[in-house]
Every structure is written in structure tokens, then in C-alpha cells.
Design a protein around this ligand. Structure first.
Ligand SMILES: NC(=O)c1ccc[n+]([C@@H]2O[C@H](COP(=O)([O-])OP(=O)(O)OC[C@H]3O[C@@H](n4cnc5c(N)ncnc54)[C@H](O)[C@@H]3O)[C@@H](O)[C@H]2O)c1
Length: 305
């Protein structure tokens, strides 16, 4: 088990760096905006909640007038390609660089689509467009965001800066999550994207990629089960705990390819154990063959459609 320690000294290396983040109008995203700004970063954050985003921009600015950084809000709907692109573009035009990209925006499971009471040969004729829309937010937009991040980082000065992408997944992206059908599909997809990028982006772009997998965190997303959770004395993160892990992955030049499970305020990399026990769950011989197969595939340049 590898714990990811929190170090303010590492976070302080974000001073002067340009950070682009989606979903910053509340919860974990808002806490990340505040922490990055406190560390002296220039933060450009987007959210579709216009009023809340503007209020966060003002509150963060006035909370710490000594910060060497800056904070800028733009209205962004992550489902719209041009909207996310405009956020990157604003950051790049202002500073000529993008150093850190954090995809944090997400929405909860839409209720009822898998319940037997609602699902029969009549109701199934109606396309569940709401499910599609939520997958767009929680997964497709993250893929687009990551590709944009690589383009803007490639265009940034190649001055030895350790650049990185941080994708916010969930514990529902690495384990079963009862009742979270669309959400879990998307969050597993985010881990898949991180795994596809982790051998590739460092070599081809000099960019590290990590995922954050929070367990229960005290934001409006948890509201439905929060009371029960506290009653059972289960571990609960504060948004700032998750924000700390996000920025740790952003700033620590040694971290790449991690899925950081955040529970009760602590961060643990789950990929190391998953990789280490490959021989147990795949069988030693298949694990050896699989690893040889991976070497044959290299960076995947041989795939055709
Ligand atoms: N709270 C938890 O217990 C928990 C657990 C695991 C993972 N997470 C993940 O942490 C991240 C932050 O979640 P949170 O708990 O702070 O939730 P939250 O609802 O407080 O924040 C999510 C933000 O994303 C924004 N957003 C949603 N759809 C958008 C869109 N189409 N375009 C732009 N912005 C959009 C919302 O307006 C909101 O500001 C999410 O990726 C979530 O899946 C949270």
C-alpha cells in the first residue's frame, strides 16, 4: 500500500503555474481553486453554474490578497467542445502557457432509469437522453478535455516545467457502486483514460497523468446519504482533503499513472497493488505473457482501425 503524503512545500511549487480546471463553482473544485490560488498559481476555472462561479472568483480573490497568483472564472458547459476549448484558450492567451489541467466537473446518477417499476417493453422504447447527457458530462467531456490539455501543453514553452493532467474519477471508478449505473460507467472510463495516457503522455508530450478517486466527500453530491454515513461513523473527506490530493498529483513531478483513493482525508495509490498482484488474479504464466504482449504493443502505434 502506497500512501500519497501531502506536502505544502510541493504544493508551493505551483506558484506562477497556469492551472485550468472544470467544475470549480462548488465542492471539491472550489476547494481546489482556493488551494491553488493560495499556492500562487494562476487559476482559470469553468463551471456551468454562472452565478456561483462568479461568486467563488470574488470570494477567492478577497480571501487572500497576498497571493502571487490570480483567479479567473468563465462560464463553461463541459458538454460543449468550444466551451471547454475557450477556457484553455483564455489561460493560454493570458500567460502563453498551460501547466496543469484538472477535470473535476461531474453530475450524479439520474434517478430511476434502471428500476424495474420504470422499465418495461413500453418505457424502453423511449431513448433515455438524460443518461446520454450525463455520460457526456462525466466521460466524453473528460476525454476531450485531456486532448485539449495535451495540445495546449505542447504549445507551452518547453522549459523543463513538470506539467500534468489530473482527472477526478471516484471510488465508483475502481469498485462496484450500487445504484450508480451511468456514473460508475463514466468513472471507470476515466480510469481507463488515465491508464491509456500514463505510458503515452509522458513520452510523447512530457505530461504526467493521474486520477483521483474520492470516497465519500462532504459536498452536495453526498447529501442523500450523508446522515446515515455519519451515524455509521464511516470515513468522510472534506473537500479540501481531496483538493490537497489533486494538487499533490499536479505538483509532484514523481507522480504518474496513479489512481489515488481518498478516504477520511488520506490518499492511497490503488494502481500499485493492482499491478503487483497481477500474477495472483491473472495467473503467473498469463501475467508474464501479458507483459510481453504489452512490450510488443509499445506505445500502441501499430493499431489500425
Ligand atoms: N462528493 C463525493 O462524495 C464524491 C465522491 C467521489 C467522486 N467525486 C467526484 O468529485 C468531483 C467533484 O464533485 P463534488 O462532490 O465537488 O460535486 P459538486 O456537485 O459539488 O461539484 C461538481 C461541479 O461540477 C459542475 N458541473 C456539473 N456539470 C457541469 C457541466 N456540464 N459543465 C460545467 N460544470 C459542470 C457543477 O456545477 C459543480 O460546480 C466530481 O468529479 C465527482 O464525481 C465526489
Amino acid at each position: 500500500m502506497t500512501a500519497i503524503p501531502f506536502s505544502q512545500k510541493t504544493l508551493d511549487t505551483l506558484s506562477g503555474k497556469v492551472v485550468v480546471l472544470t467544475g470549480g463553482a462548488q465542492g471539491v473544485g472550489e476547494a481546489t481553486v482556493q488551494l491553488a490560488y493560495n499556492a500562487g498559481a494562476h487559476v482559470f476555472f469553468g463551471d456551468w453554474a454562472d452565478d456561483k462561479g462568479s461568486a467563488v472568483e470574488s470570494a477567492v480573490k478577497s480571501s487572500n490578497t497576498n497571493s502571487a497568483g490570480s483567479v479567473t472564472f468563465r462560464k463553461v458547459d463541459v458538454r460543449e467542445y468550444a466551451s471547454q476549448l475557450a477556457l484553455f484558450d483564455a489561460a493560454f492567451k493570458a500567460h502563453g502557457r498551460v501547466d496543469v489541467a484538472i477535470s473535476c466537473a461531474a453530475v450524479a446518477e439520474p434517478p430511476g432509469f434502471f428500476e424495474p417499476e420504470n422499465l418495461d417493453l413500453e418505457s424502453v422504447k423511449q431513448e433515455p437522453t438524460e443518461l446520454r447527457s450525463r455520460l457526456d458530462i462525466n466521460l466524453t467531456s473528460v476525454l476531450m478535455f485531456s486532448r485539449m490539455a495535451l495540445a495546449y501543453m505542447k504549445a507551452s514553452p518547453q522549459d523543463g516545467t513538470s506539467r500534468s493532467i489530473v482527472l477526478v474519477s471516484s471510488i465508483a471508478g475502481i469498485t462496484e457502486a450500487p445504484g450508480l449505473f451511468a456514473y460508475s460507467t463514466a468513472k471507470h472510463g476515466v480510469i481507463g483514460l488515465m491508464r491509456a495516457l500514463r505510458p503515452y503522455a509522458p513520452l510523447r508530450y512530457g505530461v504526467r497523468v493521474n486520477a483521483i478517486c474520492p470516497w465519500a466527500t462532504d459536498t452536495q453530491l453526498l447529501a442523500g446519504v450523508k446522515d446515515k454515513w455519519i451515524q455509521e461513523k464511516l470515513p468522510l473527506n472534506q473537500p479540501a482533503d481531496v483538493a490537497g490530493m489533486i494538487l499533490q498529483c499536479a505538483a509532484d513531478s514523481t507522480l504518474n499513472g496513479k489512481s489515488v483513493f481518498v478516504a477520511g482525508g488520506k490518499g492511497i495509490d490503488t494502481e500499485e497493488g493492482y499491478d503487483k498482484t497481477q500474477g495472483q488474479w491473472m495467473g503467473e504464466q498469463l501475467a508474464e505473457e501479458w507483459n510481453r504482449g504489452q512490450r510488443v504493443l509499445g506505445l500502441g502505434d501499430g493499431w489500425t482501425n
